[in-house]
Ligand binder design. Structure first.
Ligand code: C2E
Ligand code: CA
Ligand code: CA
Ligand code: CA
Length: 279
């Protein structure tokens, strides 16, 4: 039995080792990803479904690894969040997205807001306000064309300082969106305390909306909450026309999802905007 136990341990240690080795390798190449220009920003439209107008474009980061190929942000963002690299990556995404938004304005595209995801660690970072102010000034983008998407887990970490940061951002004219709305623990009390401009209903409630009555009840409740608090509500993960129609029936008119467009590289997103503008 001892013998077996030891083998088990060795297997375990080996598995653990190769896992942490992989992680370490990925982490090391992430450090170089920025300077090697392996990171890209894609853009996904958010629409007003009644008019078809693009109200926002969400910036979503991509990593094109030279050997491993495409690595999902679901993998490398949490890694960057842990090792602190998210500060540099986040700064770069913000700068890239705002530069793109300004370029679209200069090209005469219809006005829309650029939405940028902010991780919990960025929100806690002392220089956040300064970084954002500096970026906007440098690029010449007015603050009301920027929306920052944060998750509830970010607001939970230090309520008082988060509230003060979000209030400062809001008074600069920047909008704040609550991302993955409905998946957290304390949405209701936090809605009152934080200056949210938009609530993004998480995909998990939208996906099965056509067949799941519970999801319908939840989405209806979230929409009622938004109406009552006078906060814009947008549904994520809208993949079909049937979903779009059902959401409209429920009174949801802001949407984002593959039905309208996948996240697109800069040039393709520009083409989509040009088509909209010339309508
Ligand atoms: P998120 O902010 O909730 O972004 C929405 C995700 O859903 C994106 O995945 C988007 O491509 C995907 N999506 C959009 N429409 C549909 C749809 O109709 N169906 C389905 N199945 N999926 C849809 P993506 O781009 O892989 O990003 C995953 C997550 O990574 C994001 O979730 C966000 O939490 C994080 N992330 C991405 N870019 C950044 C960034 O620049 N900074 C930070 N901090 N996090 C980021
Ligand atoms: Ca988001
Ligand atoms: Ca989301
Ligand atoms: Ca999400």
């Amino acid at each position: 039995a001892k013998e077996l136990g030891r083998n088990d341990y060795q297997h375990y240690a080996q598995a653990l080792n190769s896992q942490s080795t992989q992680r370490l390798a990925l982490e090391n190449s992430l450090y170089q990803a920025l300077e090697r220009r392996e990171l890209l920003v894609y853009y996904q439209p958010q629409l007003d479904s009644t008019t078809g107008e693009i109200t926002h474009m969400e910036a979503l980061v991509r990593w094109q690894h030279p050997q491993l190929g495409f690595i999902s942000p679901e993998v490398f963002i949490p890694l960057a969040e842990q090792n602190g690299l998210i500060i540099q990556i986040g700064k770069w995404v913000l700068q890239t997205a705002c530069t793109q938004a300004k370029a679209w304005q200069v090209m005469g595209m219809p006005p829309m807001t650029i939405a940028v995801n902010l991780s919990p660690r960025q929100l806690k970072h002392r220089q956040l306000l300064q970084t954002i102010k500096h970026t906007l000034t440098e690029i010449g983008l007015e603050p009301h064309y920027l929306e920052l998407e944060i998750t509830e887990s970010a607001t939970l970490q230090d309520v008082d300082s988060t509230r003060s940061i979000l209030t400062d951002l809001q008074s600069m004219g920047i909008s704040i969106a609550l991302d993955d709305f409905g998946t957290g623990y304390s949405s209701l009390s936090y809605l009152k305390q934080f200056p949210f401009h938009s609530l993004k209903i998480d995909q998990s409630f939208v996906r099965d909306l056509l067949t799941n009555h519970q999801d319908v009840a939840i989405v209806e409740a979230l929409l009622a909450l938004g109406r009552g608090l006078n906060i814009r509500v947008i549904a994520e993960g809208v993949e079909t026309v049937e979903l779009k129609n059902l959401l409209e029936t429920l009174g949801c008119y802001y949407m984002q999802g593959y039905y309208f467009s996948r996240p697109l590289p800069s040039e393709e997103a520009t083409k989509v905007l040009m088509l909209k503008g010339s309508k």
